[in-house]
Design a protein around this ligand. Structure first.
Ligand code: C2R
Length: 194
């Protein structure tokens, strides 16, 4: 079952009457300001899935649903979450608002915007006042992937199996770069010989 931009549980599911159910407590909350952010945020969620990290996905807006955002962030730690990831575009106050209500680490994903290219989202996520940190990743898909990796690295401080999965991820990345290097050098060498 693919996780969508709704209240959806992550991996580690059991089959029950044809329906997949996650029996584990989610450790990471992935919150986005609008379902229009999903095409970017799904890159974060897919990586959490690959690491087998239980997560919960929600659409919550600090501006449009302030009461829900307040309730969610201020009770997240008690509910067992370890890391919050918040994606928002434009006047992106979601991550900062949540960070002000919890001592859990909060990672902000600035969403690209049509009007200002995402610089608006980046500045409003990253420029937090001293005292309330938001770990802000890059604009867009790479940032969404890095949000998942950073969450995994935080969780891996107390989880050796996850640490090994992270090391395997790095090893795969190194192999991919070596292969790309070899392919490019071969192509250039054969172009030289022509
Ligand atoms: P719509 O596509 O729903 O109009 O949303 C969303 O994250 C989205 O990128 C447009 C953009 O508004 C953003 N949004 C925020 C917040 N809530 C929604 N920046 C917030 O609370 O910060």
């Amino acid at each position: 079952m693919a996780a969508g931009p709704t209240d959806a549980a992550g991996p580690g599911r059991k089959e029950a009457a044809g329906v997949e159910v996650d029996t584990r407590r989610p450790l990471v909350a992935v919150v986005m300001g609008s379902d229009s952010d999903w095409p970017v945020v799904r890159h974060c969620v897919e990586q959490l899935e690959e690491f087998d990290i239980p997560y919960e996905v929600r659409v919550i807006s600090a501006h449009r649903t302030p009461d829900i955002a307040h309730e969610f962030a201020s009770t997240a730690r008690l509910k067992g979450f370890k890391v919050l990831i918040a994606a928002a575009g434009g006047a992106a106050h979601l991550a900062g608002f949540m960070a002000s209500l919890t001592t859990l680490p909060v990672i902000g994903i600035p969403i690209q915007t049509r009007t200002l290219g995402g610089a608006d989202s980046l500045y409003s996520t990253v420029q937090m006042p001293g005292g309330v940190p938001v770990a802000t990743v890059a604009i867009g898909e790479g940032g969404a992937l890095n949000a998942a990796l950073l969450a995994a690295q935080i969780l891996a401080l107390g989880d050796e199996e996850l640490h090994l999965r992270l090391r395997a991820f790095r090893a795969r990345m190194r192999r991919t770069v070596s292969e790309r290097n070899a392919r490019l050098r071969e192509r250039l060498a054969s172009a030289d010989g022509e």
